[in-house]
Design a protein around this ligand. Sequence first.
Ligand SMILES: NCc1[nH]cc(CCC(=O)O)c1CC(=O)O
Length: 345
Amino acid sequence: MSRTRPSPIVIATRASRLALWQAGHVQALLQARGHSVQLLGMTTRGDQILDRSLSKVGGKGLFVKELEAALAEGRADIAVHSLKDMPMELPAGFALACVLEREDPRDAWVSPQYATLEALPPGAVVGTSSLRRQALLQALRPDLRMEPLRGNLDTRLRKLDAGQYQAIVLAVAGLKRLGLEARIRAPFAPAALLPAAGQGALGIEVRSERQDLCAALAALAHQPSWLAVAAERAVSRAMGGSCSMPLAAYGQFHGAVLQLDAAWGDPQGQAPLVRAQASATVTTLAQAEALGSALARRLCADGARPLVPVHDPAHGLVHDPVHDLAHDLGHDLGHTPADGLSHRR
Ligand SMILES: NCc1[nH]cc(CCC(=O)O)c1CC(=O)O
């Protein structure tokens, strides 16, 4: 240990088993590099509200606000997040310090009785509250019924085992982290069920002024994961997506070329799914984000509609890029969805 015995790095974390695993993982990585690290567990609004779909109660911000308050008040130094749950725009004064090496980004098919999606009988019930999973599954099997399913991973598996659903879909990464890999009947090929932006990746959030933590956190960064996830999040940001629209974005490196795939679903369920792909040599975050915005423009040119800018009290005015994007496309945000870009084609 260091001779000066600096104060320990305190990690703010949600108290769910997955969040604690993730915080503990970062703790171990930092400890292996000689830092002393403590965890500060807390229950967030997102953990308390379990009866409604996330898209209806205020979105991803619910899981991070309490953690950010702990950072702002100096009760903690860093927060560890599943990047998938992190809003696209951080509030002023906060920064994403690094992205760790990504775990498996795929979704998992979990079902006691049925080995695959194809094996499900007609009209079977699949549990998922994710609009992305609902839209993509429905595209593969229009006959299935989608029922909401929230709660932490253990709760969701318990509801499945209680017989409320014939199958559920969960991220492979979360199941692996909790030692629940045996519950995975099969991972979905990304081409079939395209992952959410950031799925499987962990990010570390800090107050922007904490330059003192930079070196410690930079050592944990995994550049290819960070670049891929930055591109995915740029798609999401440009579309104004949080969890209130079905949106998938997944980046994969082939050498230095980042292949980025995205899918958009109509929140009203009327328009068909829109899929798009773009590739570019990517070595910087700016290039990754440019690829993501370009892909969002391609989605919109093919009929996807960005969400109108909304004011999120927790995070100030977000989704400004949507306005720019829509403006570029001559898309009048004041109009109803039916008047949107899809009609210009
Ligand atoms: N929405 C909850 C959530 N946030 C992150 C993960 C999994 C771990 C990850 O993606 O890093 C999960 C569970 C799930 O979607 O099955």
